[in-house]
Design a protein around this ligand. Sequence first.
Ligand code: MN
Length: 492
Amino acid sequence: MFTAERVADKSDWITTDTGDWEIIIGLEIHAQVASKAKLFSGAATEYGAEPNTQVSLVDAAMPGMLPVLNEYCVEQAVRTGMGLRAQINAFSRFDRKNYFYPDLPQGYQISQLYHPIVGEGEMLVELDDGDSITVGIERLHLEQDAGKSIHDLDPNATYVDLNRCGVALMEIVSKPDMRSAREAAGYVRKLRSLVRYLGTCDGDMEKGNLRADVNVSVRRPGGELGTRCEIKNLNSMRFIQQAIEYEARRQIQIIEDGGTVDQETRLFNTDTGETRTMRSKEDAHDYRYFPDPDLLPVKLSEDWLARIKADLPELPDEKKIRYVKDFGLSEYDAGVLVSDREKAAYYEEVAKGNDKKLAANWVLNEVFGKLNKENVEITDCPVSAAANCAIVAMISSDVISGKIAKQVFEICWEEGGDPVAIVEERGLKQVTDTGAIEAMIDEIIAANPDQAAKVKDKPKTLGWFVGQVMKASQGKANPQAVNKILCEKLLD
Ligand code: MN
């Protein structure tokens, strides 16, 4: 299972006094299934409800209650498996994983150890420098979430909220194919994007709907694999990267000091950025897994699978290929646009009826630039995609210049309104009337006779005149027309 064949780019190695070290990383992601009801009961799953108001008798594990499998959750897991280009297992089964915890009234978690619903797959991961890697998927299985113990409401007591108890999770296990914190972050980012495209998980890490357990070990490049440690429950990109960096350096330090790394489960301290022992291998739990006798095996028919496959939306990898091939965008630009379902949808609306490349440049530079600067999400963008579509159309048809377009965008951002009406009412239309431009030019030449005389010897100084005309027209003169008339007057 622990293959680790890929050797990383040398830039990802950690170099110390004793030489190079390579980091080997595998991830287990718990992704909450987007579903209104729980995995084995009809109780609601809505976030932020009053404690213990979304708990059925099944979730509370009352004696004699029987779990009933939620078909929609199975469908969501299958959909995710298809998005991961993974083996979908027509036969899968639920097992009981026995352990005691105050927020787990059953005394066991229903999970899938022996026969997961999804087997091996792979995912293409784009990195921030434009490179990409392929990360293997080991499996995806369905399981229940536990409730929540609340320790900070009372000095002497712990409260239990069972709202989350029984909510469906997809546990997605990668192969140990990542070689740096950067690659691990890229993997989580892509996985999050994928489940959001598929609508199978909302990927909200702040709400804990997508959390990662990270397996880290170190080795000499090409050498034997080291002992790994698992860091539990990381719920932000930053924490995932910090935990990997810290843990790799901790293990290297131990080995270089002549010690050995103990296989253990560790916790990440978000305040200090360090990891500490949670439990060692010696007292590892024996979960006494066995097939859940209350649940029949899950058997999926070919027709049912074909129907789900036919309903899959266009996924980011395919979308990117289409943008490059049909729209002529660069790989990089296409990658940024498809990285998020909302961004891609926004771009496609702006591009409707417009030049695709011009629309892409506009969205990437103006819209995303402004969103980044103001720290606003695309879904909260005050300028609609339709308004941007109109702005781009006006650039294409020479109604406004690119410079004026930026001004119109700013007005729409601050004040709202229809860009076409704004251009009309505020007199922002480009001046293409050559007579008007010629009059302006004559005036400027007359006021600067010395400059005008120099142009024939130094044609480059023509640019100065272009700038003056643009200034005089408040940016509204059509630059092509200005250039043409200036050439005629000063160079011929
Ligand atoms: Mn799990």
